[in-house]
Design a protein around this ligand. Sequence first.
Ligand code: 6GU
Length: 248
Amino acid sequence: MRIDVVTIFPDYFTPLALSLLGKASATGLIEVRVHDLRAFTHDRHNTVDDTPYGGGPGMVMGPQPWGEALDSIAATNKDVRPVLVVPTPSGAVFDQGAAQAWTTDPWLVFACGRYEGIDARVAQHYVAASDWAGVREVGIGDYVLAGGEAATLVMVEAVARLLPGVVGNESSVTDDSFAAGSMAQLVEGPVYTKPQEWRGLPVPEVLLSGHHGQIADWRAGQARLRTAQMRPDLAAESATGQQGGRQV
Ligand code: 6GU
């Protein structure tokens, strides 16, 4: 999968060279390219923002550098149509289902806005652009960040770790909290490793028993308990047979 990121803070993305994603880049499972939006300005001060039409607080990112940056990215491969992802708190919420669905996209381009956001005509233009595969305006939760950069890191990691070969142990991906099919819409219960007793606290007996059926039942029960305690919203969904089926 190819991933491009456009931002006024390219340094924000140095963590992509670390750990799991760094390895995935090094082995060619993903190809990440980070672009400085200011490289697509033409004035002395590399201006990317201006005052909002209609008035109001803050500044809005203008369409000109965005158009040039995105066009230049699309032009690097005329055989694949990229999807434009615009992180914004006013978008549909990105969840595990979205992460899974995006794994089949060959090329994602993230447009990281700052200030009060990007001039709305940018998304409008690329929705209708025939050399693009669509525009997805998405947020990562109900809180407001200073810009799309942190949200982009979150989404890139959530998608990339689902790509075949990125995580060494495939079942650590399929057994995740929220993974479709396994224990859909339940969070995972507690986990333990050695020593068998630590500071007077024992590992639950059943996990030492070697009875795989009992262990699986115990874990399923713990997952239900934990979900009821920590995520009553999810517990209510499973009780009503509802499934988060939003299209992001
Ligand atoms: Cl994608 N951007 C910003 N600025 N704030 C957010 C967000 C995105 N998702 C949740 N809050």
